[in-house]
Design a protein around this ligand. Structure first.
Ligand code: TYD
Ligand code: MG
Length: 451
């Protein structure tokens, strides 16, 4: 029976199907929700043959296919130790953040371990890619590059040889000849990714799809891909700073608590074994008021970062509150706690808080460090440079328990800190070597201890 392929327009909101594009879905009333999709009509078969029978867990063998390890440790770590054959990884990030650089370095690492790698570039010419490869010292003959954007040509190329790893940079440039819509549209991206993922499974290839996201969030593309792929890695950082974080957002085979840290240099990305050193400014010149080290955690990786606060009398109008690297609303909340629970009036002061190195932190465990930095600046009394702080502050000024306290303390001890201030509740549960654990139950007690 001949397969009939045609395209239709499907509403991404309610799933209604239309033969032609229209601006509004008649069913659900949503505007601009129709995307072009391929409908495969397999014809009508009389009898359905079920290929698999339901089984009990005890009847299922533990057939875990082995993974590919690149040897680039920060990269392998984020992938949960290695990359499974037949699986697809989406590497997402803002344009210019270094995705192509990272994946080319990973390609070289896989190639060196003996895997044939195919790098499909739709964004850059082969000459541009070669220039980058020279800069990154990518020399392996196991990496083949091709400049293609047509999906059918790409699948044909993948089919023609046995590749271990295939990279498509980027999925937004790929388009199928079967659609009229331009590359980068939701329908094209979904179709292209779907076909490539299918192919990767069939040939047991490890597939990397590179996806661009914009600053405003994930616009058309990576978001629709997230549920199709096995692993989603976010590559992030501030292009004004050198550090880059590789973070798993989803991993069907491993933990999403891992974190890879890299540093962008003229010769490519370097792995950073000790990320805390990137985010601590030099303390040789002694303690400064307004500066406190927070024992933070990104996923399960402890990172010590310096929090800097500057409090000065507001010269005119509404006092300013500016937070760099942390949520503005969180800062407002912490200032309200300081005012209400400790009785320090903040209304006449401008408050600026920033995190050294340009890191963004979302975890509440940095609350106590932010507040101590603010009070330190306000009173112009420095906090000892060998003291680190971690704790969440509740609305009534209580210091609440936090997770990963043992890792935070161990990291602080490793970096030469001799004291760490932690929530009293948390201190009970842990032991630490070479560092004093000081438990505090409230913000008030913390301030009494420090100032
Ligand atoms: P790129 O990998 O092209 O980003 P993406 O693929 O995410 O769009 O890298 C972007 C930036 O990285 C570029 O502005 C230059 C810088 N860079 C370096 O600093 N060192 C290097 O060795 C390379 C290759 C790039
Ligand atoms: Mg690129």
């Amino acid at each position: 029976m001949e397969k009939k392929i045609k395209t239709a327009y499907v509403c991404t909101q309610c799933g209604s199907i239309y033969p032609r594009w229209q601006g509004q879905c008649n069913q659900c009333g949503e505007w601009n929700s129709l995307v072009e999709e391929r409908i495969v009509d397999k014809g009508r078969s009389r009898k359905t043959i079920v290929s698999e029978k339901p089984r009990r867990f005890s009847e299922i063998g533990a057939e875990r296919t082995s993974g590919y390890v690149s040897g680039l440790t920060e990269f392998d770590r984020v992938l949960g130790g290695g990359l499974l054959r037949g699986s697809t990884v989406l590497l997402a990030g803002e344009p210019g953040i270094g995705k192509s650089t990272l994946i080319l370095q990973a390609a070289e690492a896989y190639a060196k371990s003996g895997l044939p790698v195919l790098y499909v570039t739709g964004e850059e010419s082969l000459n541009q890619l070669k220039k980058r490869a020279e800069r990154l010292h990518v020399t392996s003959d196991n990496v083949a590059v091709v400049n293609l954007t047509n999906l059918e040509e790409i699948t044909e190329t993948i089919d023609s040889e046995q590749y271990g790893v295939v990279i498509v940079d980027s999925i937004q440039t790929v388009s199928s000849g079967m659609f009229q819509s331009p590359p980068g549209t939701v329908g094209q991206i979904r179709e292209s990714a779907g076909r490539l993922i299918e192919l990767a499974r069939k040939h047991e290839i490890a597939l990397f799809l590179i996806g661009h996201v914009t600053k405003e969030g994930m616009v058309a593309g990576p978001k629709v891909l997230e549920h199709m792929v096995d692993v989603v890695l976010n590559f992030e950082g501030d292009s004004q700073y050198v550090y880059r974080l590789l973070r798993p957002i989803k991993n069907r085979y491993g933990s999403t608590l891992e974190l890879g840290v890299f540093e962008m240099s003229p010769g490519g990305l370097n792995q950073v074994d000790n990320p805390s050193l990137l985010f601590l400014s030099h303390t040789e010149d002694g303690a400064r008021s307004g500066s406190v080290v927070a024992a933070s955690c990104e996923g399960n990786r402890p990172i010590l970062v310096e929090i800097q606060a500057l409090v000065s009398p507001a010269s005119y109008g509404t006092p300013q509150r500016v937070a760099g690297g942390l949520d503005n609303k969180r800062l407002a909340l912490l200032l309200a706690i300081l005012e209400k629970r400790i009785g320090i009036p903040m209304g006449g002061n401008d408050v600026f808080v920033s995190i050294a190195g340009g890191l963004r932190l979302n975890e509440p465990a940095i609350d106590l460090a932010v507040l101590t930095a603010i009070v330190s600046s306000l009173r112009d009394i420095p906090v000892d440079v060998k003291t680190a702080v971690a704790g969440e502050v509740g609305l009534s000024g209580e210091v609440r328990a936090i997770g990963m306290a043992d890792r935070r303390s161990a990291e602080a001890a490793k970096l030469g800190f001799d004291k760490i201030i932690l929530p009293a509740q948390t201190v009970k549960g842990i032991t630490a070597k070479h560092i004093t654990l000081a438990g505090v139950s409230s913000l008030e007690k913390t301030l009494e201890m420090l100032f």
